[in-house]
Design a protein around this ligand. Structure first.
Ligand SMILES: Cc1cc2nc3c(=O)[nH]c(=O)nc-3n(C[C@H](O)[C@H](O)[C@H](O)COP(=O)(O)O)c2cc1C
Length: 148
């Protein structure tokens, strides 16, 4: 299997999760920050996982721009995750992962997991204890879906 993980990250927490998710993936793997990857090769991946910090209820500006330029994903399997605060009031604004998933589906991606959020303790992190393990489990769940 050929997997691409695309992330954005301001303080490093989403990047750490992207790399953690990458450790759980088997087969060929590319992990790239959103500005460092080109759009043209996207169709050649079996699985594309996209993650962003939640900022103002949405993905980062760079991620929003990237998603707005996505070419057709041609049925590639896709999944989306974000990082977010634990505070209850942030729910009002929504979260990045659902927006990412909507964009990926709109370009023909087949969603293979519910969009998932992982928690940071504060704006700059760190990740809440156990979130890296939860991200690994989320990834293994995706891989299990693909095998069945
Ligand atoms: C400008 C800005 C807006 C943010 N808005 C939200 C928000 O709406 N909801 C939320 O849960 N977290 C919000 N956060 C917290 C981010 O989710 C947190 O900084 C991020 O998960 C850290 O990931 P990173 O280290 O990859 O940047 C915001 C952070 C910044 C800097």
């Amino acid at each position: 299997m050929n997997t691409l993980i695309i992330y954005d990250s301001l303080y490093g927490n989403t990047e750490l999760l992207a790399r953690t998710i990458g450790e759980a993936v088997t087969g060929d793997l590319e992990v790239a920050r959103v500005g460092d990857t080109n759009l043209s090769g996207l169709g050649s991946f079996d699985l594309v996982i996209v993650g962003s910090p939640t900022q103002g209820g949405r993905p980062t500006q760079a991620m929003q721009e990237y998603l707005s330029r996505l070419p057709s994903l041609g049925g590639a399997k896709v999944a989306a995750f974000d990082t977010r605060l634990t505070k209850r009031w942030v729910k009002v604004f929504g979260f990045a992962a659902s927006g990412i998933a909507t964009s990926l589906k709109a370009r023909g991606g087949t969603l293979v997991a519910e969009p998932e959020g992982f928690f940071v303790e504060g704006k700059e992190g760190p990740l809440v204890e156990g979130e890296r393990e939860r991200a690994k489990a989320w990834t293994l769940g995706i891989l299990g879906t693909l095998e069945s």
